[in-house]
Design a binder for this molecule. Sequence first.
Ligand SMILES: [Zn+2]
Length: 532
Amino acid sequence: MFPLTEENKHVAQLLLSTGTCPRCIFRFCGVDFHAPYKRPYKELLNELQKFLETEKEELILDVPNPPPKKIRLQELEDGIDGIDNLSQNGEGRVSILEDGSIASKNSNLNVCNVCLGILQEFCEKEFIKKVCQKVEASGFEFTNLVFSVSFPPQLSVREHAAWLLVKQEMGKQNLSLGRNDIVQLKEAYKWITHPLFSEELGVPIDGKSLFEVSVIFAHPETVEDCHFLRAICPDCFKPAKNKQSVFTRMAVVKALNKIKEEDFRKQFPCPPNSPKAVCTVLEIECAHGAVFVAGRYNKYSRNLPQTPWIIDGERKLESSVEELISDHLLAVFKAESFNFSSSGREDVDVRTLGNGRPFAIELVNPHRVHFTSQEIKELQQKINNSSNKIQVRDLQLVTREAIGHMKEGEEEKTKSYSALIWTNKAIQKKDIEFLNDIKDLKIDQKTPLRVLHRRPLAVRTRIIHSMETRYVDEHHFHLYLKTQAGTYIKEFVHGDFGRTKPNIGSLMNMTADILELDVESVDVDWPPALDD
Ligand SMILES: [Zn+2]
């Protein structure tokens, strides 16, 4: 059923005569059910003409700024047969018309002066198919998708102009038209294209999907449409970093909300003039939201940093824990990049034993995202088989939110270490036994010299919960410690030139140094342990 009624007739006539497409006419007439928009363009145009036929003679209206090209119904009728030849690159084909103006020979379509072709050519199956081919060629694995479009900002200016025009016309009939009475271009575009996408790709459109297909439109011919707004509302157009132009859609909309009606009309034609060409597609982009993998790692090497060790652009050691794990994940998930995080970190020369240290890896823009637990198990095996420096356990897919558990209450957690200590003076077994009796020793640690270049200077109090010693020889003993997380163990042993007080050296009244350190356990019960 044709959605317009007698009372829309006047507005429909006005818009059609000034170069507006049938779907935009529906929008301005407040047609808010989907079906009419989805019908073929040619049919819509024919029916609109029939609907208006009775008053054809009155089509030349008294608009304040007559548009440069009046569109006669006959022209529209002729033009629409060429719709099959539509091509988004067709804008180059122009010819001089009798009256000297340049018009697009592109498909003979009269480009809508409001949507610039968005609700014409870019709603057609042909175009959707093109986008879908790109999506399929991108190689992403997906079971649903979000479709987002970005329209050129000048569309808002043109929409505003058309609104003022229609509002004025309706005012003559004592009717009003609020901005919210108009169906948004984006809405109408969604109604038409979403079903086409779903059908073509065989998956539902889902606003929560992590897979996003975005199309960016531009319309070079009319970029200057927005420029007059800057003179009127300079505050809205402040240059910002990472923005190519000050004329963002947000800024334009903000300015349009501020500008007085009469000022707008002085600067911009209402109705907007007819463009020669439809929009161009600047970009069709596919992207998948990040997925997260967590697990625990052991590090068995005293010559392996946790993250790549690079000083002044020069690599100091060839590998790192994060690379040994992530390289495999990147390949299998076909991701673009990764971000590694962990519950604390160990120095290059410190091993991490016991149950291992929890870690999580964010895989950015992954092309593959669906894995069975068996496949993840195999992936873990692959990581473990490829290096004897690290081992991974409990590897699993997790949510972004779950990663918070790893960092939660980190400061309150307990960590266990074992250290090999050297003393400058000869020691007997009895000289170290007193350490076993010290419980919950409070120490003050000034930020260690070795990390001062990346951490602010501060004094932090930490607690050594308990210690246990094992005598080795006159200059060596093993020290097992349970400490509050975040304690600098090396500094607690040698004192860091008095910056950590008390320390093992000061407690024993001699010089002590640490030769080896192992992390025995990191008491974070995340991620959950898995059965082997
Ligand atoms: Zn339109």
